[in-house]
Write a protein that binds this ligand. Structure first.
Ligand SMILES: [Ca+2]
Ligand SMILES: [Ca+2]
Ligand SMILES: [Ca+2]
Length: 289
């Protein structure tokens, strides 16, 4: 009698545990529903400006932004990769724009990619901050910080007034107090007008397996790429870079994302011929799927 009772109790407990586990599965998964969404600019000719909006599916949250310039890349710069969302609204889409840094008659287009997941254990939010110095100048930089208990999942930036005249030299996790994003841009060719740069940090709760992996490209005068593979069951959610030696003469053409290979590739090219060696460091945010 007693043993039958225990056995029955055990079955009931198992059943209850099973129900709890089933109900908890979406929230406890590291990155529930993780996938990439791509969208291509409608304009794909030689127009000097392209824009594309990339949206996560209904009910999903955006945690990372990347892009690919298709076609002619040597004189194209991505001017904006701006998430929507705010300190109180979860991001769900991003606007990407690109300009020709020098006129070309070659066709090109812009493909934006969003890293999308189902809602995490706490809300994802976006904090932004403009550069301290907005106006003329060769160089602008900006930092956006997340709350100390949270982590940076992704990043974005917006330039105003450069219109192809400036390229992002660094977009990487900030070094300093708390999690954040640092972005810096140089003029590609000197211009006298006012321009500004704003940093966006896509912030959220710590997710399991989260690391920042680091790699580096070769150091030479050629166009180049570098790749980082996330280890184990982990996937890349965002990729960042830091050029050395190019000071606005090189820019990132592509941030390839591949969920199947867990790899991210960054490809960069000279906007104008560069006669001295240049390179970039690469950073990828990896997290358990
Ligand atoms: Ca053109
Ligand atoms: Ca812009
Ligand atoms: Ca140029």
């Amino acid at each position: 009698m007693f043993s039958r009772f225990i056995a029955r109790l055990a079955v009931l407990v198992l059943a209850a545990t099973g129900l709890v586990a089933l109900a908890a599965t979406p929230a406890s998964a590291a990155l529930p529903g993780f996938h990439f969404v791509d969208a291509q600019s409608e304009l794909r000719g030689s127009e000097d400006f392209k824009e594309v909006v990339v949206r996560c599916d209904d009910g999903e949250v955006l945690i990372g932004i990347s892009y690919l310039i298709e076609g002619w890349t040597r004189s194209v710069v991505v001017d904006d990769m701006t998430p929507n969302g705010s300190a109180t609204t979860q991001p769900t889409s991003a606007v990407l724009t690109a300009y020709e840094s020098d006129p070309t008659s070659s066709p090109w287009s812009l493909i934006g990619t969003a890293t999308c997941v189902e809602p995490l254990s706490r809300d994802v939010y976006v904090l932004s901050n403009p550069s301290e110095h907005n106006g003329p100048g060769d160089f602008h930089s900006a930092t956006a910080q997340c709350a100390i208990a949270d982590v940076v999942l992704g990043a974005g930036y917006t330039m105003v007034g450069a219109r192809g005249g400036a390229a992002v030299d660094e977009l990487l996790p900030s070094i300093g107090a708390g999690p954040g994003i640092f972005v810096a841009a140089y003029q590609t060719d000197a211009f006298s007008g006012d321009w500004s740069l704003t940093a966006y940090a896509i912030c959220g709760p710590p997710v399991s397996g989260l690391t920042t992996e680091r790699g580096a490209s070769e150091n030479n005068t050629e166009d180049k790429s570098a790749e980082i593979t996330c280890t184990g069951d982990r996937v890349p959610i965002s990729a960042w870079w830091n050029f050395t030696g190019s000071t606005g003469d090189a820019s990132v053409d592509d941030i390839f994302t591949s969920a199947s290979t867990s790899q991210m590739v960054i490809a960069a090219s000279g906007l104008d011929p560069i006669s001295t060696n240049w390179r970039f460091d690469m950073y990828v945010r990896c997290a358990s799927r």
